[in-house]
Design a binder for this molecule. Structure first.
Ligand SMILES: Nc1nc2c(ncn2[C@@H]2O[C@H](COP(=O)(O)OP(=O)(O)OP(=O)(O)O)[C@@H](O)[C@H]2O)c(=O)[nH]1
Ligand SMILES: [Mg+2]
Length: 286
C-alpha cells in the first residue's frame, strides 16, 4: 500500500529524543487508545522503555466498550504492564500519581535512605498522534501558569513543568509514529481518528467499518439510521446501505442521486465520535 510510506528518519528522530530523555525521568506514561490498544501502540517504544517503570494508559475509555477495556487491562497486567483505563476529560487523574508512587516505592525509599530529599515523580508522556497527550498535560496543569525549569547537567537542558510537589512533566511529550506495516492497523487507526482518514480511500475505510459492524454489532446501522435491515453479502449490499441512509437523511445531489461521500463521511464521523455507541475495534486474543 503506497499510502503507508513513512519516513524512517522521522521515526528515528522521535525515538532518539525519547531515548535522550529517558535517563532523567522516573516513569513513562504510555498512552494508547482504548478502542484499539494494540494498533495504537508503538513497538519501537517498547524496546526503549523496556527497563523503565511505565504505566500504560488506555485513553478515551468513554468511547470504548467497558467490558473489552477491562479485558485489555487484565491482559496487559498479566504481561507485567501496569495499566489504567481513563476518560481523560472527566476522570480523576490522581490515580496516575498514586500508582506511580507505588511502582517507584523502592527507588524513592533508597534515595531517602541515602539522605536525599523527597521529591516529585518525573514523568514522560509518550504516544502516537491523537491519543490524548496534550489533553492529559493540560488537565494536569489545570491551565495554571506552569513554571518551567532548566535542569542542566544532562545531555540537553530539559524543560520541566511542575504540576505540584508530587509531579513533574517533561515539557514535550514524545510523539511517536504508528506502525503501519499491517494494513489492518492503518484501517483501525484511521477509524479511531489517529491518522487522517484521507490517507486511505474513504470507500475502503467505510467497507471495513461496515463489515466490522456487521460481524460484531449486527443491525446497529439499520437501527441507528432507521433504515431497513440490509444483509451484508458483498459490495452491492454496502452500496444499498449508503443509498438507503442517503435517502433517509436527504443527502442528495439532485435528480434523486445520493451524495455518497457525504453519507460515508457522516457514518465514519458518527463512529469516531461515539454516536454509534461505545465500540472497540480490538479484543484480547483475536
Ligand atoms: N472522548 C474522549 N476524547 C478524548 C480523550 N482524551 C483526548 N480526547 C480528545 O482526543 C483529541 C486528541 O487529543 P490530544 O490531547 O490533542 O491528543 P495528542 O496525543 O496530544 O495528539 P497530537 O498532539 O496530535 O500528538 C482531542 O479532541 C481530545 O479532546 C478521552 O479520554 N475521551
Ligand atoms: Mg498534542
Amino acid at each position: 500500500m503506497k499510502q503507508f510510506q513513512w519516513f524512517p528518519g522521522h521515526m528515528t528522530k522521535a525515538l532518539k529524543e525519547i531515548q535522550d530523555k529517558i535517563k532523567v525521568i522516573d516513569i513513562v506514561l504510555e498512552l494508547v487508545d482504548s478502542r484499539a490498544p494494540l494498533a495504537s501502540e508503538n513497538p519501537e517504544l517498547q524496546k526503549i522503555i523496556a527497563n523503565k517503570p511505565r504505566i500504560r494508559i488506555l485513553t478515551k475509555k468513554d468511547l470504548a466498550n467497558d467490558k473489552l477495556s477491562d479485558e485489555w487491562k487484565k491482559y496487559f497486567e498479566q504481561n507485567g504492564i501496569p495499566t489504567l483505563c481513563l476518560d481523560l476529560n472527566n476522570n480523576s487523574l490522581s490515580v496516575i500519581n498514586d500508582l506511580a508512587r507505588k511502582l517507584l516505592k523502592d527507588k524513592f525509599e533508597k534515595e531517602q535512605n541515602k539522605g536525599l530529599k523527597s521529591r516529585a515523580v518525573r514523568y514522560l508522556i509518550a504516544g502516537i498522534p491523537n491519543v490524548g497527550k496534550s489533553t492529559l498535560i493540560n488537565r494536569l496543569c489545570k491551565k495554571k501558569v506552569t513554571i518551567a525549569e532548566n535542569r542542566p547537567g544532562v545531555t540537553k537542558a530539559q524543560q520541566w513543568i511542575k504540576i505540584n510537589k508530587q509531579m513533574e512533566l517533561l515539557d514535550t511529550p514524545g510523539v511517536l509514529w504508528p506502525n503501519f506495516e499491517d494494513k489492518r492497523v492503518g484501517v483501525k487507526l484511521a477509524l479511531i481518528g489517529t491518522i487522517k482518514s484521507s490517507i486511505l480511500p474513504m470507500d475502503i475505510l467505510f467497507s471495513e467499518l461496515v463489515e466490522f459492524l456487521n460481524k460484531n454489532y449486527k443491525g446497529l446501522l439499520s437501527r441507528y439510521y432507521d433504515i431497513e435491515d440490509i444483509n451484508i453479502v458483498d459490495e452491492k449490499s454496502i452500496e444499498k446501505i449508503i443509498v438507503a441512509i442517503g435517502i433517509k437523511r436527504g443527502y442528495l445531489l439532485g435528480e434523486g442521486k445520493v451524495d455518497e461521500t457525504r453519507v460515508i463521511t457522516t457514518i465514519i464521523k458518527d463512529f469516531q465520535n461515539g454516536k454509534l455507541g461505545r465500540i472497540s475495534l480490538e479484543r484480547v486474543g483475536e
